[in-house]
Design a protein around this ligand. Structure first.
Ligand code: AMP
Ligand code: ZN
Length: 457
């Protein structure tokens, strides 16, 4: 039985698809105006674990991800610049070229982290007529009003507004800071369509019944998710920052049009944070996959680091933690390669592993099963087959783990070192470790025994 924490009901619930065996999954995609940082990628990693767990339970999946290439303003309150136009100014390229370049960079990030791609990618700019249609429907149903800078959704007309975050409209009104946009009827109202500023030609703008302009950010997700997955689909995901505004607004728009719940499950991943402060472009501490590669890390070490913390827990990033994840990954590769050819899967371990990930994607518990298996006295070929099975969910590319050829001389020194350790002669043991390292190898003492590896360059 697969259980998932549903933000909408605020409890763990058994997951069953709405229609037969196929799961409709929508995950909010990147705004392609810059490189994704490792925080963003933590969210895409958790969504990948969700997908792989659904596969492990025998479900088929239709996964849709949007590419936000217009309309996402620098402030969530529909103020500020369009992020794409901002990227364009920064780099002296057209907004369209910026979108193309960073979409490619994002897909490379997914490959580096062994994240499975969605079945359908959809760009906001490829769905302008559909978004205009939706806004027309909202207008016909009386949910919109016009201000000097756009068409807005009136959140007070949607009785259940804020249910996802558990906030009531009245609380939101009282808690809101002084509104910049005095024409808005309620602080939570949001733009469906923004007009191009008078006398200014935007790179991305379209004609509409209300005037030249561009869609607000939230409308693309309601429109495209329903277009590809139907009016009510199984699971909608994103990072927790999407709960109070983006997803709350997606729900309001979609349910105002269809009168049906947009998704059965809303699943959100917690943030990756830095020890000192938040990670952000303005803070100048943006870590990307390229940063990790430049420092000599395997991006999959970052994947393993994320698997070590439950997706609903904050994960504090540090280089020490990544070092440790890299060592663990190296050990895992060395141990897996040493197991030879795969034999039969061990059903007891498989059951334990599936039970762990089926419990709201508890990957730390799943990793504990990996180490239990490696420490066990089961035959090597069965361990290998079982590990490869686990890796269908973990996605650490264990099948490609290369057997390392360790020269006999090094193995002998390692045995001597073990003998010295057994009699607690640490000084001699350390000297022997020094010899191993000078020869270009390393030795790690793991719960499963000493592991010798080629040193990383
Ligand atoms: P954006 O491109 O800003 O829309 O963000 C892409 C995804 O990354 C969204 O699902 C966000 O919720 C998520 N996200 C943003 N910052 C973080 C972070 N520090 N940790 C985890 N997820 C994040
Ligand atoms: Zn979205």
């Amino acid at each position: 039985m697969l259980t998932l924490y549903n933000t909408l009901t605020k409890k763990k619930q058994e997951f069953k698809p709405l229609h037969g065996n196929e799961v409709g999954l929508y995950t909010c995609g990147p705004t392609v105006y810059d490189y994704a940082h490792i925080g963003n990628l933590r969210t895409y990693l958790f969504e990948d674990i969700l997908k792989r767990t659904l596969f492990a339970n025998g479900y088929a999946i239709k996964h849709v991800m949007n590419i936000t290439d217009v309309g996402h303003l620098t402030s969530d309150a529909d103020e500020g610049e369009d992020k794409m136009e901002k990227g364009s100014k920064r780099e002296g390229k057209s907004a369209w070229d910026i979108a193309k370049f960073y979409t490619g960079a994002f897909r490379q990030n997914l490959r580096d982290l062994n994240i499975t791609e969605p079945d359908i990618w959809c760009r906001a700019t490829d769905h302008i007529p559909e978004q205009i249609d939706w806004i027309k429907k909202l207008e016909e149903k009386g949910f919109t009003y016009r201000t000097s800078d756009g068409i807005y959704f009136d959140t007070s007309k949607f009785p259940n507004y804020g249910a996802l975050s558990g906030q009531k409209l009245t609380d939101l009104k009282e808690g809101a800071r002084v509104e910049k946009n005095r024409e808005k009827h309620n602080p939570t109202d949001f733009a469906l369509w923004k007009f191009s500023p008078k006398g200014e030609k935007r790179q991305m703008e379209w004609d509409s019944p209300w005037g030249k302009g561009f869609p607000g950010w939230h409308i693309e997700c309601s429109t495209m998710s329903v277009k590809y997955l139907g009016e009510t689909f199984d699971i909608h995901c994103g990072g927790i920052d999407h709960i109070p505004t983006h997803h709350t607004n997606e729900i309001a728009q979609a349910e105002a049009v269809t009168g049906k719940p947009l998704a059965q499950f809303w699943v959100h991943g917690e943030f990756l944070v830095l020890k000192e402060k938040r990670m952000g472009k303005s803070e100048g501490n943006l870590i990307t996959i390229q940063t990790l590669k430049d420092k000599g890390y395997d991006p999959l070490a970052y994947r393993l680091l994320c698997l070590g913390t439950h997706y609903r827990q904050k994960l504090t990033f540090s280089w020490e933690a990544l070092d440790s994840a890299q060592r663990t990954l190296d050990n895992l590769y060395a141990l897996t390669a040493g197991l030879g050819k795969p034999g039969t899967i061990l059903a007891t371990y498989e059951k334990k592993f599936i039970a762990a990930v089926n419990d709201d994607l508890n990957t730390p518990k799943g990793l504990a099963v990996v180490w239990d298996l490696l420490k066990s006295s089961e035959p090597a070929e069965s361990k290998k087959a079982t590990l490869l099975k686990f890796d269908e969910v973990l996605g650490l590319k264990l099948a490609g783990a290369q057997p390392i050829v360790i020269p006999d001389t090094i193995k002998k020194i390692s045995q001597e070192r073990q003998a010295k350790r057994d009699v607690k002669d640490w000084q001699s043991a350390d000297a022997l470790r020094g010899q191993i390292e000078t020869a270009g190898f390393s030795v790690d003492d793991t719960p499963a025994g000493s592991v010798i590896k080629k040193l990383r360059k």
